[in-house]
Design a protein around this ligand. Structure first.
Ligand SMILES: [Ca+2]
Length: 477
């Protein structure tokens, strides 16, 4: 046991002390939790979110039995920081994982500022969802991509999970077909498909732990690159007309394999009579990659603080606690899972670890808002890339931050203090920057963002890069 203390609530329903809107949970039969995390799956990619090309009948079936959050956000526009925030319930400045790998990606001559150094490993002292749930008697598995460090010190088993299949520092698979070249995953028969393998590992875990409360974290590597999928499914999509936004047969086939996995998991829960007492969450870790598909009507994609980079699909099934097939448009964010899961498991948040998120359970029972003013992003790093829709053609994003308060969103770029203001209700595609037309609203949001940064001690890059050379932006020529 690590040096951590928990106040665990024993027996009865969760006390109303810590959560303003408590729901009654039978602690004698703690709910199982299955958290399915797709990788790089964009907001509009699944069928239930509007795609006319991708076929996701099983995820759609799940959504039909769930509450779907139409304004669900990740804590960052890329993989590792989002995962660290899910696991800890903390905004990125608290764990220091702001991006993937180094924060000075791209050409030095194009970086005006020296970015803040990035951590790539989740501090062992951080209490993860799995560690917190362990106090309530849960058995936990991480099956798939971890991206927060390697064992024997920093893998899933060092962060509270009893089982780790395939999780290490890698952000993508070497191959979607065995041999996998993954130290934490034994190879299957040649040609075995990774997504199918992770699904069957998940089914075994459910089967083996059907008689005790379990937490299954299932972060599929798909639909992250490399673009590789099963041939027969690719062929099917090659015969199908694409749409303007979605027309990549291999990507579609990768998603369909995830969908089949979701279907098998739902069927397994049904066969074991566990559906009723299991919360199933389906989420993505960031927006889709622009060169593979479009997030329209949202602007941008992975690596950007525009909506296409951070708004993702989220649907949560929990029979008898949510209205099946309902939607919720309240903005929610990755750090909210930690307190939500603590509440349904009857565990108080860990002492000594600030939890920035809020439990979503009031929204399950029809509340129209959460008790907070705004949600925030802090990205003091550079990402290379030339994706269309970025602020400029050199980078997917430059160091910056963002805040969403109500329907309003403000993005700030640290290189030149440029501000962009959007009204997401009227302009979800962030086409009309209102910062000049609405200076008061701009200042209001900027002040909220600055105050938040101060409150959380978020490091802002200010040091000029001596190797910077001002190169004209081709878009402004
Ligand atoms: Ca990702």
């Amino acid at each position: 046991m690590k040096r951590r203390k928990f106040f665990q609530i024993i027996g009865g329903s969760v006390a109303a002390l810590s959560f303003p809107y408590c729901i009654t949970i039978n602690q004698a039969q703690k709910p199982n939790i299955i958290f399915i995390l797709a990788d790089d799956l964009g907001w509009n990619n699944p069928g239930f979110m509007g795609s006319k090309y991708h076929e996701t009948p099983n995820i759609d079936r799940l959504a039909n039995q769930s509450v779907t959050f139409t304004n669900a956000y990740t804590n960052a526009p890329n993989c590792a920081p989002t995962r660290a925030s899910i696991m800890t319930g903390q905004y990125t400045p608290r764990h220091g994982i702001f991006t993937v790998n180094n924060s000075d990606r791209g050409q030095a001559a194009l970086r005006k500022l020296v970015p803040i150094k990035n951590k790539t490993i989740l501090d062992k002292e951080k209490i993860t969802i799995a560690e917190a749930l362990k106090q309530a008697g849960y058995v936990s598995a991480s099956i798939g991509k971890w991206h927060l460090g390697d064992d024997p010190e920093f893998g899933p088993e060092d962060q509270g999970f009893d089982v780790n299949v395939g999780g290490n520092r890698a952000g993508k698979p070497e191959s979607y077909f065995s041999p996998y070249d993954n130290d934490n995953l034994t190879d299957g028969p040649p040609g075995e498909h990774l997504t199918e393998r992770l699904t069957s590992e998940a089914l075994s875990f459910i089967e083996n732990n059907k008689n005790q409360p379990f937490f299954l974290y299932l972060p599929y590597f798909a639909v992250h690159t490399p673009l590789q999928a099963k041939k027969d499914i690719i062929e099917k999509y090659k015969q199908k007309p694409g749409t303007k936004a979605h027309n990549n047969p291999t990507f579609a086939a990768m998603l369909e394999s995830v969908d089949q996995g979701v279907g098998k998991i739902l069927d397994k829960l049904e066969a074991l009579n566990l559906s009723e007492n299991t919360m199933v969450i389906f989420f993505s870790d960031n927006g889709g990659v622009r060169k593979i598909n479009s997030m329209e009507p949202l602007r941008g994609g992975k690596g950007m603080l525009y909506e296409g980079g951070i708004r993702v699909p989220l649907t949560i099934r929990w029979p008898n606690h949510i209205v099946p097939g309902s939607t919720c448009d309240v903005p929610v964010i990755g750090i909210d899972f930690f307190p939500t899961l603590m509440e349904i498991a009857g565990v108080m948040p860990p002492e000594g670890q600030v939890i920035d998120g809020l439990s979503l359970t009031p929204l399950f029972s029809g509340e129209k808002r959460l008790q907070r003013q705004a949600i925030f992003w802090h990205f003091p790093a550079y990402l290379q890339g030339k994706a269309e829709g970025a602020r400029d053609p050199f980078f997917r994003t430059r160091p910056g931050g963002a805040v969403r308060a109500g329907d309003w969103k403000l993005i700030e770029y640290f290189e030149d203090s440029m501000l962009e203001l959007y009204n997401l209700e009227n302009d979800p595609g962030e086409t009309d920057n209102l910062s000049k037309k609405m200076p008061e609203k701009t200042k209001e949001l900027h002040d909220i963002l600055i105050q938040w940064r101060l409150s959380i001690k978020a490091p802002v890059p200010t040091q000029l890069n001596p190797n910077y050379k001002k190169i004209p932006n081709p878009k402004s020529q």
